[in-house]
Design a protein around this ligand. Structure first.
Ligand code: SF4
Length: 382
């Protein structure tokens, strides 16, 4: 098995100390040392320090959830008004060469694999565009062999004919690959670090390129070096100590924002979901209350950052957090391959079960009912 801390041939090594600083901060984080006084001080601060953020993520902040929600809502309204952005993910391939033990797409899991060709991608995108959406997030399993950079680039070019904004959630790559995909129309890149605990990471990622921890950790920075407009950060909450992972995620985003002030930063807040052939997987100690605490802490610490709430969560929870902490919500979601074009047969299995199956009209109606304005796009290229 590969050494998870050593780069493989062809992996770009960049000059950056951000990964080391994130790991140092996460290693030193002890959520038990914070007190109610620390939490109150953090909530009174106009601009939060990393220490304030650490306090808001600690168990000492749990009794202050209501105060945190009020402050989070104020910050969200101040920076995003009453807008809530809509998008949908499109899985174009579920081939994967990695062995992440918690994921339905992992290469050892016997599932129906599929990959859309250009016509299939166009059919899917056309169907999605008809729903009124103007932003798409293109996903693949992590197989460079089955979904090479040119294939993803082709998908971006098709997307630019139907959508105003294109995001990518694909395998980490070098900065010149990101530059190429940006030239094909990609705007932003999401990479889930899964867990920021390197040792735990090595126990969960048993093979494939993803096993190389530092290459993944530096992906957002390589994406920005490649010219991407924005990058998104996430830990998969529940894989390891969720407070430490949330702290590391926030610090990662914070340090990248300080180094690249023009970058559009956002957070995703995924919890573990059951996967095909592994229905027993459930979020362990990350219940909705803890998830909400984390989302409030992200919002108060980095008020300008976007925040996505995915269909891993229930419709009720999602509706409650939009406009309060989250600024972006997916709609009409399928995590399978080739399911949007109206054909009966699903071409590839799902990555995970979704908890909110509402379509675009239903999500828009729910947002409007809360006094929010559903927004399909707010970016104009000149
Ligand atoms: S989490 Fe991503 S890389 Fe890991 S098995 Fe699933 S699709 Fe592949």
């Amino acid at each position: 098995m590969e050494d998870y801390m050593s780069y493989l041939p062809g992996m770009e090594i960049i000059e950056s100390d951000i990964g080391d600083r994130v790991l140092k901060a996460a290693g030193e984080y002890d959520c038990t040392v914070y007190t109610a006084e620390d939490v109150k001080r953090a909530l009174k601060s106009e601009y939060l320090s990393p220490e304030d953020f650490a306090a808001l993520l600690s168990p000492a902040a749990e009794p202050f959830l209501e105060e945190m929600a009020v402050r989070a809502r104020q910050e969200t309204r101040k920076h995003f008004g009453n807008s809530v952005y809509l998008f949908t993910p499109l899985y174009i391939s579920n081939y994967c060469e990695n062995n992440c033990i918690y994921c339905g797409f992992n290469c050892k899991n016997k599932i129906k694999r599929a990959k859309l060709d250009s016509d299939g991608i166009e059919r899917e995108m056309k169907a999605i565009a008809k729903t009124g959406l103007e932003e798409i997030l293109i996903l693949t399993g992590e197989s460079r062999k089955m979904s090479d950079v040119e294939y993803i680039g082709e998908a971006c070019k098709i997307a630019s004919r139907y959508f105003k904004m294109t995001g990518l959630e694909v395998y980490p790559m070098n900065s010149d690959d990101y530059a190429y995909l940006h030239s094909c129309g990609a705007d932003y890149v999401t990479v889930f670090q899964e867990t920021y605990n390197p040792e735990k990471y090595s126990q969960l990622h048993l093979g494939g390129h993803k096993r190389i921890f530092p290459y993944r950790l530096n992906a957002q920075e390589r994406a920005l070096m490649g010219g991407m407009r924005g990058v998104a950060f996430a830990a998969l909450l529940g894989l390891d100590d969720f407070r430490r992972d949330a702290f590391a995620t926030g610090m990662h985003a914070y340090l990248i924002q300080r180094k690249y002030p023009m970058a559009e930063i956002s957070f995703s807040c995924p919890r573990l979901r059951p996967t095909i052939n592994h229905e027993e997987i459930n979020p362990r100690d990350v219940h909705e209350k803890q998830l909400f605490q984390i989302m409030c802490a992200y919002r108060i610490f980095m008020p300008f950052a976007g925040m996505t709430i995915s269909t891993r969560e229930s419709a009720r929870f999602r509706d409650n957090v939009i406009g309060m902490t989250a600024t972006k919500i997916s709609a009409g979601v399928s995590t399978g391959i080739g399911t949007h074009d109206g054909e009966e047969e699903e071409k590839g299995d799902n990555q995970f079960e979704i908890a909110d199956t509402r379509d675009v009209t239903e999500v828009c109606a729910a947002a409007s009912a809360r006094g929010l304005q559903p927004v399909m796009n707010d970016y104009v290229y000149v």
